[in-house]
Structures are given as C-alpha cells and as structure tokens.
Design a protein around this ligand. Sequence first.
Ligand SMILES: Cc1cc2nc3c(=O)[nH]c(=O)nc-3n(C[C@H](O)[C@H](O)[C@H](O)COP(=O)(O)OP(=O)(O)OC[C@H]3O[C@@H](n4cnc5c(N)ncnc54)[C@H](O)[C@@H]3O)c2cc1C
Ligand code: FES
Length: 314
Amino acid sequence: MKREARSKKRLLPAPCFPAGTSELTLGSIIEEARIINQQRISGQIFRLRLHSPGIARAAHCGQFLMMRVREGTDPFLRRPFSFSRIYPGDGDLEIIYRVIGRGTWLMSQLEPGSTSSLIGPLGNGFELPIDTTVPLAFIAGGMGIAPLLELIAQVVSDRGTKGPEKLRLFYGARTASELLPEDFFRGQGIRVHFATDDGSFGYKGRITQMFEKIMAEGGFRPFELYSCGPLAMQRHVADWALTNDTLAQLSMESLMACGIGACLGCALPAATPGDPESERFVHVCEDGPIFSAGSIKWNKILVQQMHPPTWLFS
Ligand SMILES: Cc1cc2nc3c(=O)[nH]c(=O)nc-3n(C[C@H](O)[C@H](O)[C@H](O)COP(=O)(O)OP(=O)(O)OC[C@H]3O[C@@H](n4cnc5c(N)ncnc54)[C@H](O)[C@@H]3O)c2cc1C
Ligand code: FES
C-alpha cells in the first residue's frame, strides 16, 4: 500500500494572515508573537507559551519555527524550535527547550507580555497513522521529546480510550535532570520507559539499548516508530527499523542558519531507491525535518555532523 494512502495529515484550516504578520514562503509567515508565560520544568528545561495565531492555525506536529530570541544582532541568527504543543483554537504555541548556549539563555529571560519574532510553520511534519489501533513506539533522546509531545497528544486523542498499552514512549537522556519529570506523563494515555546514560533514573544505558532489549524480550512490537534525538541515536533507530522491516519517521537535527532553504547548511546525504551510487543531498529544513529510515545515507554522514562544533554558527 502506498505510504500516502495509509497515513493522513490533519486537515487544518487554511492559514490566514492577521495584522502583524506577513507571508514568507509557501504556507509560512513571519509573526510577532507575545509571550504568555515561561516556566522552568526541571533543571535547565523551560516551557514557553506564545500567542501567535497565524502560525498556530497553520502548524502541524513535527514542524518547527525559527525564533528571534532578542531584537538586534546578538545573537545574529534565529534559533530553530519544534512545536511541543499547538493550540489553534487559542492561537497559542508551546516550545519546550533546554538552555545550552547564549540564545536559549536569552530565551529563558523573556518575560510575559514581551514579544518575539517567529517564522513558521516550517518543514514537513509527521504523518499520523490512519489505523487508530496499531501499536506505535515513540523514541526520544534528550530534547527530542519536544515534537513527540504534540504527536503523542494527537495520537492519544484520535484513539480515545483504546489501549494505552499499544502506545509506548522510550525516553532517554544523559542524566535525570535532562529528562522531563515522570509526573509530566501521568494520565497522558501512554506507557513511558525511561533511561539515563548514568543510571540516575530508569534503565542505565542508552535509550536505543533499552528499546532493543524490550523488543528482544517480545510482547510489544510496533507497527511504526516515530523518533527524534541526536544523529547518533537516529542512526541506531533507522538501523533497527530497516533490519526489522518496520516503518519509521525520524525527525532529524541539524545546525540551521536560515531554516528556509537559503543557506544550504543543513544538508544530509540522501539515498536514492535502486541507485546506491547516486550522490544527492536533502535539506533538513525544507525536505524534513521528518525523513523515513531508508531515505538517508547514514554511512555518509560526517562525524562533524554527528557532533557539530556549534561555535561555527551564532
Ligand atoms: C528542527 C529543529 C528543532 C529543534 N527543536 C528544539 C526544541 O524543541 N527544543 C530544544 O531545546 N531544542 C531544539 N532544537 C535545538 C535548538 O535549536 C538549539 O538547542 C538552540 O538553537 C541552541 O541555541 P543556543 O544559542 O542556546 O546555543 P549555541 O550553542 O550558542 O548555538 C549556536 C548555534 O548553533 C545552533 N545550534 C546549536 N545546537 C543546535 C542543535 N542541536 N540543533 C540545531 N541548531 C543548533 C544554534 O541555532 C546557533 O546557531 C531544535 C533544532 C532543530 C534543527
Ligand atoms: S538551514 Fe539554511 S538551508 Fe536549511
């Protein structure tokens, strides 16, 4: 069955452009968003709610925005963030982010009532399964949890009370303070398996090791995987999916200078079906960030892309 036929995209209202917005590329706009609130969830992880009606009405789970964290040229570049929740009715968006450098530190200082320029929605977004009974696995590494939160909320709402046991989230980070707290997932209609590299919470080891262990034990077999996290983790997830003939949608990370296909800085080597010798690239911001496991040439990704020197961009 063709992939397009077995999946659906949410039918969202056509984007409209209220005052204070302007159209940028097909379907994306620049909008001055108002900060509604800012809350520290744990450690260096924050939740930011923004009023941005034009973008909120057009956004789809898995897409992202580029945010100007402060007026002026410091920092010079906008920062990319996934929609961790979308509230089209209220015209609001939520971002969950971790403070890692100057841009995210400035974000954490934003006060309710202040404004920030956004470009969005950008990228392609996840495809939701048509069949609301199939088992699904979600795999998140670190802040890769952010886009999966909206996806899980939509999948759970489509299913009603039908079997949370069929929905499993495998969620790992280096240490406990880099995880969203367990309470965050209570009553969300999904079973969560936690892992930390240092064993400070949940399984001790990488989330992909834990996932593979549970798969090997049997009892749960996903029809499809959805994952987001560092490139090295995504490579393991893709390997497992390809070896086990399982569909997978992976949200890829890349350093992004523009987010709109202009700088070509987010290129990844792409696989061409039937032509292993072909050399072509996809761009995470325009062609992604969601890719199937087989569409990336994983062995051609450079070590520098797996562990990028972030000081090259600012
Ligand atoms: C499509 C996409 C969605 C993202 N969604 C989220 C999210 O929901 N929550 C979250 O916490 N983080 C997310 N990130 C990562 C986030 O953009 C970076 O953590 C952030 O830009 C770091 O900015 P900084 O100024 O604090 O850090 P610095 O280290 O000072 O950043 C320097 C530069 O590197 C870029 N950069 C640094 N790390 C990353 C990274 N991992 N990915 C992309 N660019 C990076 C910055 O944009 C900036 O240009 C996402 C990245 C992408 C590509
Ligand atoms: S970030 Fe500039 S082309 Fe993708």
